[in-house]
Design a protein around this ligand. Structure first.
Ligand code: ARG
Length: 456
């Protein structure tokens, strides 16, 4: 680090060097850092700031360093503080004096902002792929079980029958909005900060449009202070990831519940379940539990960075170095969660005999009975009350609706007739024949639409 301590007469205290170093975690940015430096060197030579020969030496040196790192032959020295200083000092070691010219018209402040934007952009592409795979897995499961009926719940109390496919398509929609959020975030990540210098811009005739093209950005930042100070693109990724994890966590919770002996709606594949160290009978849904559990750390990173950023004056402050571990952890957590969830969903077995038994319980057709009365002229509120009393009576007798005689029905309303018997799970589903409803015909249309969305 000696080359940035010109004004100092002694090295940093050991504990300070360790405390301030980001190298232990930002070494992960080496690809982005080298790509950024190569583009910068190309730009410097095009603008006549360094010679062609100097640029060639710098670029060759950087490519050689990339190889060293990739082959595990690179020695990361903690005293070099961060990945930017590490690569630069290795370049000077390898290429000699010319290496000292690379940092012309650049600051670590715009350099790190660039690296983080490149990293986040790539993370978004991977995230979008993971989300699409997850959507595909849900659609395949829905299609393979298109006939399967299950209870829909509110308050985790049996509410109305729904198709399992309809339930799964609800998650498809959530993931679709997640995809939109990440795509939207990508638009704001896609802005080149390089050329902002330390904070005020640079005093050289640089070509930022060329840099943007080289590095695949479609826009150039409009304000140098903003470009080096802003980390809201990271916050946006973390916010979108938090919402996405929340969605995944809800499905994970349902998988935990559904695989319990009490529900027994699904069976997890052995490759996606774990045993107990003491209870031999156990087949635990740890994958789903961890997906649910890891949601907490993703929220944590978002809150941590929001809090770090809230009091910072413009422009760069070292506090901002704290953006990295949280983002890396969030990306790793989300991508690995998506991967295991896809595997779990693809291998789980639906126990249709149990889900269809479950719809026979809980007076699940009570709403349909109320609708029956409404269609015969009763007001909905009155019909609700009548059926409420009917449920209470039927439950006291320990019967189901099907076991009541028509006379018993008639005691509650003269509008009940023989055709009340036609009310069934099937008729209940078919009746929800609205856009977005669980009628089988609507669900089939929704599946087809979802397929189309995935294919674009
Ligand atoms: N390691 C630093 C970070 O991650 C790089 C930028 C350092 N800039 C500076 N002026 N100290 O934020």
């Amino acid at each position: 680090m000696s080359h940035i301590r010109g004004r100092f007469s002694k090295p940093a205290d050991k504990a300070v060097a360790q405390y301030t170093a980001s190298l232990p975690f930002d070494h992960r940015l080496y690809q982005q850092d080298i790509d950024g430096s190569i583009a910068h060197a190309k730009m410097l030579t095009r603008q006549g700031i360094i010679t062609d020969d100097e640029a060639t030496q710098i670029i060759n040196g950087l490519e050689a360093i990339r190889q060293e790192i990739e082959k595990g032959k690179f020695e990361f020295k903690a005293e070099l503080e961060d990945i930017h200083m590490t690569i630069e000092s290795r370049l000077i070691e390898k290429a000699g004096e010319v290496g000292r010219k690379l940092h012309t018209a650049r600051s670590r402040n715009d350099q790190v902002a660039l690296d983080m934007r490149l990293f986040t952009g790539e993370a978004i592409v991977d995230t979008l792929n993971g989300l699409r795979n997850f959507q595909r897995a849900l659609l395949d499961l829905a299609e393979a079980n298109i006939e399967v009926v299950m209870p829909g719940y509110t308050h985790l109390q049996v509410a109305q029958p729904v198709l399992l496919a309809h339930h799964l398509l609800a998650y498809f929609e959530m993931l679709q909005r997640d995809i939109e959020r990440f795509n939207d975030c990508l638009k704001r990540v896609d802005v080149l900060p390089l050329g902002s210098g330390a904070l005020a811009g640079v005093a050289y005739d640089i070509d930022r449009e060329f840099l943007a093209k080289e590095l695949g950005f479609s826009q150039v930042s409009r304000n140098s202070l903003d470009a080096v100070s802003d980390r809201d693109f990271i916050l946006e990724y973390e916010a979108a990831a938090s919402i996405c994890m929340m969605h995944i966590s809800r499905l994970a919770e349902e998988i935990v519940v559904w695989s319990s002996a009490e529900f027994d709606f699904i069976e997890l594949d052995e490759a996606y379940a774990t045993g107990s160290s003491i209870m031999p009978q156990k087949k635990n849904p740890d994958v789903a539990e961890l997906a649910r559990g890891k949601t907490g750390r993703v929220y944590g990173s978002l809150i941590a960075l929001l809090t770090t950023m809230k009091g910072l004056p413009l422009a760069y402050n070292r506090d901002m170095q704290e953006d990295k571990q949280g983002l890396f952890d969030t990306v790793d957590t989300l991508l690995s969660t998506l991967e295991v969830m896809v595997g779990m969903v693809r291998t789980l077995k639906v126990k249709a005999e149990n889900t269809s038994k479950a719809v026979e319980r809980g007076y699940i057709l009570a709403t349909d009975l109320a609708d029956y009365l409404v269609k015969r002229g009763e007001s909905f509120r009155k019909a609700h009350e009548i059926v409420g009393k009917l449920v209470s009576y039927t439950a006291k007798k320990g019967k189901s609706f099907a076991e009541l005689s028509i006379n018993e029905y008639k005691k509650f309303s003269p509008l009940f007739g023989e055709n009340v018997r036609k009310i069934s799970i099937k008729s209940s589903l078919a009746a929800r024949d609205v856009v977005g409803g669980t009628a089988p015909k609507r669900v089939k249309q929704a599946l087809a639409k979802a397929r189309k969305i995935i294919e674009v």
